[in-house]
Design a protein around this ligand. Structure first.
Ligand SMILES: Nc1ncnc2c1ncn2[C@@H]1O[C@H](COP(=O)(O)OP(=O)(O)O)[C@@H](O)[C@H]1O
Ligand SMILES: [Mg+2]
Length: 351
């Protein structure tokens, strides 16, 4: 197949996406596809450039993507690279190339990729893509809305409240259980997330989160173990445990080798593991997701499970969780990429 692997973009998870894209494009080429690695924001060439035989050339082109840095990327510097074409999100020739392809493998994470807007644009332009559709992606991306849907589906989630910047909430008037977690509603990769032990720390954390987004979530801090469960085509993969070596599962621990110890299948009572898998399936259902997703959980020492969020485009980097879960049931990375294509194409058969 002619496949565009869409990567990069402008979200704070840009670097993670570049790594996912590089890995996926490499595997798809090995599998015999003509895979073109394309940065959604930087695009290819200049508008009007001849795109003839680009997929044939893509089969042999090397992808020049660097390691994920320990800090989130400098988005202003990325924008500056496209100073000649500042308008719109899609870079030169991106939509043209996506329309020429048989399928777009969406290797984006965060804003613009995971939030449903690209999926909506693709639906209107008649482009086929991997992963869930626009509506479920948008619902899952907003942790405030997703929390409401979890509750409606009897999926336990930490008690939380939403704060809106324009309402300028008086923190002293709120009833808050310390320690608490502060997170931007639509962020990812733990960027902008902090733990506050008292009202002074809370004020700082809220100010910092409001710099990133106008809507933030304040949650009870759940002390315990951390897990994730991926769903492919309605079926749960084995639970994976993530144990950060130091602190919580922040950006550094997520993307630095050795930042966290990951165990799959997780060492859990079968009854707890089954319940987590069941909640992951249910979470994907209440959000209306298709194809694949990965749900994050916490477990406290009373064996109470809390659902944190659903990732609609989980990472596919060398240290990512979904590939590890697939591996535990004998699906290697190359097979996983094929499987994700297969289940993604189903949504067009059923339409
Ligand atoms: N309520 C909570 N209690 C304890 N830790 C939390 C809580 N919410 C988030 N965390 C920590 O922050 C990490 C990121 O939170 P999450 O909600 O999964 O957002 P994202 O992964 O999109 O940044 C989690 O993996 C966990 O380590
Ligand atoms: Mg998470």
């Amino acid at each position: 197949m002619k496949i565009v692997v869409l990567t990069g973009g402008l979200s704070t998870e840009r670097d993670v996406s570049l790594k996912t894209g590089e890995m996926v494009a490499g595997a798809l080429r090995d599998n015999g596809h003509q895979a073109l690695l394309l940065d959604a924001y930087l695009g290819y060439g200049v508008p009007g450039e001849s795109l003839e035989e680009i997929f044939e050339r893509a089969a042999t082109e090397e992808a020049g993507v660097s390691e994920i840095t320990e800090e989130a990327p400098d988005i202003a510097a990325v924008r500056a690279k496209r100073a000649d074409y500042p308008d719109g999100f899609f870079g030169p020739n991106v939509m043209e190339l996506c329309q020429m392809a048989d399928l777009v493998f969406i290797a984006l994470h965060g804003e613009n990729g995971e939030d449903g807007r690209i999926q909506a644009a693709f639906d209107l332009f008649g482009v086929r893509y991997t992963g869930s559709g626009y509506k479920g992606s948008a619902l899952a991306m907003d942790k405030g809305i997703a929390k409401q849907l979890f509750l409606s589906g009897n999926i336990p989630t930490p008690h939380g409240m939403l704060l809106k910047k324009k309402e300028r909430p008086k923190l002293s008037e709120l009833t808050i259980n310390f320690p608490c977690i502060i997170k931007p509603c639509c962020g990812g990769s733990s960027i902008g997330i902090s733990i506050a032990a008292d009202s002074e720390e809370l004020k700082q954390a809220v100010d910092a989160a409001f710099l990133l987004e106008d809507c933030i979530l304040l949650e009870d801090y759940i002390q315990g173990r951390e897990f994730s469960v991926s769903i492919i085509d309605g079926k749960a993969l084995p639970v994976i445990e993530i144990a950060p070596v130091k602190g919580f599962y922040d950006y550094r621990n997520k993307y630095t080798k050795g930042g966290a110890v990951e165990t799959c299948p997780a060492d859990l009572l079968p009854e707890i593991a089954n319940r987590m898998q069941e909640y992951a399936k249910r979470a994907s259902e209440v959000l209306g997701l298709a194809t694949y997703s990965r749900t994050d959980f916490l477990l406290n020492d009373k064996n109470e499970i809390f659902c944190l969020e659903v990732n609609t485009l989980p990472g596919m980097t060398p240290t990512s969780l979904l590939p590890q879960e697939a591996n535990a049931v004998g699906i290697d990375f190359h097979e996983l990429c094929e499987l994700l294509i297969k289940v993604s194409l189903k949504k067009y058969e059923e339409a």
